[in-house]
Each structure stands twice: as C-alpha cells, then as structure tokens.
Ligand binder design. Sequence first.
Ligand code: PEP
Ligand code: MN
Length: 337
Amino acid sequence: MIIIMKPNASKESIERIKEDIVEKGLTIHESYGEQYCIIGLVGDTSKIDASQIEANEEVEKIIKVQEPYKKANRLFHPLNSIIQVGNETIGGDKIAVMAGPCSVESEEQIIQLAKDVKKSGAGFLRGGAFKPRTSPYSFQGMGLDGLGLLKKAREATGLPIVTEIMSPYLVEKFVEDVDVIQVGARNMQNFDLLKELGKTKTPILLKRGLSATFEEFLMSAEYIMSEGNENVILCERGIRTFETYTRNTLDLSAVPVLKKLSHLPVVIDPSHAGGLWWLVESLAKAAVAVGADGLMIEVHNNPAKALSDGAQSLKPEKFDSLMKNLSVIAGAVGRSI
Ligand code: PEP
Ligand code: MN
C-alpha cells in the first residue's frame, strides 16, 4: 500500500500518519520529489484501515500495491534510482561500463587489463576472484589472493572494482575491499547471502538467475532492500531456453520490463548472454539502444589461454573499438558512455 500526500501536505500531518503506521508494526519507505511525498507501507497491511487514512484532507490518494515486491517497486519510488560509486554513477545519463576478465589470473594480467579498459573508457574494473564453476575440477578462482590483486589494480588505475561473492561468511571482507559486490546468477536465490548483503550499504550487482522470472528476480532484490540496503543494481545476463547455439538467450525485454516495474538501474551482460566474443558487440549495441543503464563486458589479453570464459572474451583492441561504436548509439538515445 502506498499513501500519496497532497503537494502542500504539512510535515505534522505526514509525521502523524507515519506514527500510526509504525504503531501497527509496519515499516515505512518514504520517497520525496519536488512536488510529491509518497509513504510506502512494508509489512502486513491487513491491520490498516485505508478509508480512515483517506479521510485525512492532506492525503491525495491510496494505492494498493499488488506486487509482492515493495521497496523495489516503482510505485514506491517513481524516479529512477541512481547509485553512486566513488565518482561514478549507475542509473544516470552516463552508461556505466564494467569491463575486465572473467577471472583474475595474475598481478600482471589484472593490472594491464585495468589500464587497457580504463583507457578505452570503462568506469569500473570487473574480475572474478571466487568463481562459481559448473565443474569442481575447473579453475575455482584465486580467492582472497585475487581480491588482493584487484585492490592493487584499483590502486594503479583508480577504477572501482566489481567482483563476485559466493559465501555469506565473506561479506565483511568484501564490504571492506570491494566497491560493487556481485551476486552471480547461480546465487540469485541464496537468501542467506542476500540477507547478509542487505545489512551493508555496499552497492550490490544482482544477476538474474538462469531461469528466474522477473518477479523472482525482483523478489531477490527485495531480500537485499528489505534489510536496509537499497543500493541494488539489476543485471540481465541471458536466460536458459531451448537454444543451445548461444550460451544463454539474451532477454532484451528485461530492460523495459524491469524499468517499468522497478526504479532500480538495469545493466546488461552480453558476454555471458551470448557466450561468443563475436556476438558481444551486436548485443551490447542492442542493450544501449533498448535503454540499459550499464554494460558488463569480459575482456582478456589472451582469450585463447584464459582460465575461464575465453570464448566470450574480447581482446582489449576489440573492446576499444566497441566503446567507440557504442558512443554513437548512446548519443542517439540521449545518453553518454
Ligand atoms: C561472471 O560474471 O563471471 C559470472 C560467473 O556470471 P553469471 O553469474 O552471470 O554466470
Ligand atoms: Mn565469466
């Protein structure tokens, strides 16, 4: 349920309404614009008498929110959320580009790639230290050593780092070291992990699960937000379909649909979606055209020798030309990159 106050509603009246709601055991999510004040109710609204609240002259109207996600719902927050990470933003006019290798492999590799992607215009360095691999015999990532190397790459370039967390036991460490914590597709419904991340303030890049519906995806965002962390970025990375030629099927409709349902920024990962390096440019262009707020792209200095996801990784030169080509499309849709 949301209460929309009249533009001239007094502070006292707003406070009184809020007190009544909190007394009934619900929590409040407030959203203010220049011309509006919205009070969102989170919790069991069955004890709330809507007609009684509506009797208040300073209340414009009450809307019952049908969807199970509340804090992630656009009704609770009509304006787009813009997430600040250092000097960079995600969700504003500038398209956020997160680029780097699938896995951190060595100091030399990550520092060189960080310099390369920065030079091409990326605003964030991505790189996995803890890798969720399908096979236990595949490279599992460098773990804490990899995290240390990402920090060195950040020091060398100033780029904020984005890296995946798999265990709730590492949340404290990640909060200390990482600028944007990634929750991978396979952990989208690891609810204990989501709850722990919700107790932090660090921006969370939440990837869509392999077969998750939009509602399931937004409910996972809600797990993080309901604990208090509203800095959530949604990432579409392809879903499982009957097609096997591509690694996954990029669901481009995710951008307009999620932006209609939610105020959270939406990023597209064309690398994991297609699984093929030569598909990345076409999919990235489509993502920008459809209104994505950001891109996550895998870049590797030597894809043929990469320890993970070489087949979908761009060489730095290719990434550089992609960034130039994307800026034309970004301009056409009123954005910059
Ligand atoms: C990754 O970003 O390297 C990754 C493992 O992604 P996903 O969770 O989308 O498969
Ligand atoms: Mn990868």
